[in-house]
Design a protein around this ligand. Structure first.
Ligand code: AKB
Length: 317
């Protein structure tokens, strides 16, 4: 194949589903190869099964499709990772290592998603700075800190053009999250639209950094399209959207669904959330490559609810 292809790993995940569609809208269906551990039907046009631990298959796909960029989204998230730390470490670390090695060999540009999970209880929780203590308290966070360092190393040693942001919790209507601590912020909207009460696994006052999916996709693409000299941080950029608590998002939803009820039953994810920042200082991303979020809580909530209403209406008709 002679075309320059973009490969997405974890393409059937929460962000992968939406990012793949946006990349195809911009660059054409045949320019984007979606891959995942197995086919689930979400992205079935130009799809190949890929276990990110299989470096030989990764190389074969890069050669077969003429891949020039990789968005490496395959990972085990914070809550799921705590259930099986060794497995999470293996997927997150060895998977990234295979991608970075391939990038070095084939001269590829790489996007690596890091996370607010790199921070821990030793970090200031309000307006958490870019250069803060990184002592995460989950295996996911540990793998993201190590991953950030590997990205910087591959850039400095081998000139690999790798770029990264620390995503906050991502909220979108197109896909469901899986295995994260911020998943409640998607589930709560689905319950409201279905007319069901929601039992939240975090306490009402747990403030966390979040971002609406259109902002997250735009940030990712703006970072990847920025001239290389503007990317002066090669570990990972802090990125902020909006911060809120479960009680605040409930109140916002109640402006649309006054009868909506939420109860709180914190589980093991509360401890993870309590070690994460409440809000993020993303001034380097703003300065270096012009990042600016567009969605606050009210705009996000009304857009989310409108799309979910359409989705559930279509699924019953
Ligand atoms: C998670 O909750 O694990 C993720 C994240 C913040 O990286 N959504």
């Amino acid at each position: 194949m002679e075309t320059e292809t973009i490969l997405v790993t974890g393409a059937n995940g929460q962000i992968g589903t939406v990012l793949t569609e946006e990349l195809r809208r911009r660059f054409g269906t045949s320019a984007v190869l979606s891959t995942d551990i197995r086919q689930t039907g979400a992205n079935n046009i130009l799809f190949e099964e890929l276990d990110v631990l299989d470096s030989a298959r990764l190389s074969a796909l890069i050669e077969k499709y003429g891949v020039k960029q990789i968005y490496h989204l395959a990972a085990i998230l914070s809550a799921k990772g705590e259930k099986n730390p060794k497995w999470a470490w293996e997927i997150n670390m060895a998977g990234l290592f295979n991608i970075l090695e391939a990038a070095r060999k084939y001269g590829l540009r790489v996007f690596f998603p890091s996370s607010i999970a790199v921070f821990g209880g030793m970090t200031p929780r309000v307006d958490t700075p870019q250069h803060a203590v990184l002592q995460p308290e989950t295996v996911y966070g540990i793998s993201k800190v190590a991953g950030e360092n590997w990205c910087q190393y591959f850039h400095q040693k081998y000139g690999v053009d790798v770029r990264s942001v620390r995503y906050p919790g991502i909220i979108g209507y197109e896909s469901l999250p899986g295995g994260g601590t911020t998943d409640y912020a998607v589930e709560i909207f689905h319950s409201a639209v279905k007319g069901e009460a929601y039992e939240c696994f975090l306490g009402p006052d747990t403030r966390l950094p979040m971002m609406y999916m259109p902002d997250a996709i735009r940030a990712t693409l703006e970072l990847m399209e920025a001239p290389s000299e503007k990317i002066r941080i090669r570990s990972s950029y802090n990125l902020a959207g909006v911060s809120f608590t479960p009680a605040e998002v409930k109140e916002e939803i109640q402006k649309h669904y006054p009868a909506f009820e939420v109860s709180y039953k914190p589980d093991f994810r509360q401890e993870i959330a309590s070690s994460w920042p409440e809000s993020i200082d993303d001034s380097y991303a703003r300065e270096h490559w012009g990042w600016k979020p567009q969605y606050g809580l009210p705009e996000m909530a009304s857009d989310m609810l409108e799309h979910l209403r359409e989705y559930y209406a279509a699924s019953v008709s």
